[in-house]
Design a binder for this molecule. Structure first.
Ligand SMILES: [Zn+2]
Length: 147
């Protein structure tokens, strides 16, 4: 789709902020963009079908399997490569009608009142600028490659 933020990001590839963590014919994963400021929550990822599918329930079985596998591998990678103690996954889809599965790492020391969907509201949450985001992305890519 021409005017879809997510389809556009997929077309940009590594030119998109943070670069691509994983990309094949069916699925894409990248670091969340710092849309609300100069920094983003460290390790907050998005997993998306390459096809412009609106939401859960709109995937083919093949796309659903590919997303499930990638969510699982990335959750493991976030624990191993970024020190997350837990990984959340959410789908909201209220703003952009292209499925994007949020993968949000919770780090040790996160106060209980910021667990879950409020993670990003924690004022002391670990955040990254675009360069730091590139480092996180590189670490996750390396983990997925098995190195
Ligand atoms: Zn789209």
């Amino acid at each position: 789709m021409e005017d879809c933020f997510i389809c556009d990001k997929h077309r940009q590839g590594d030119a998109a902020q943070g670069g691509v963590i994983y990309d094949d014919d069916l699925v894409y994963a990248g670091h969340v963009h710092a849309l609300n400021g100069p920094t983003a929550y460290r390790g907050y990822l998005m997993v998306e079908p390459k096809r412009h599918a609106e939401g859960l329930g709109d995937l083919t079985d093949e796309e659903a399997a590919a997303i499930g596998r990638l969510v699982n591998r990335l959750a493991r990678a976030l624990k191993e490569a970024t020190g997350a103690e837990h990984v959340y996954s959410f789908v909201f889809g209220d703003a952009v009608p292209h499925l994007h599965v949020h993968l949000a790492p919770r780090y040790p020391g996160t106060p209980r009142e910021y667990w879950g969907a409020r993670l990003n509201d924690w004022p002391h949450a670990p955040r990254v600028d675009p360069a730091g985001m590139g480092d996180v992305v590189a670490g996750l890519r390396q983990y997925l490659r098995g190195g």
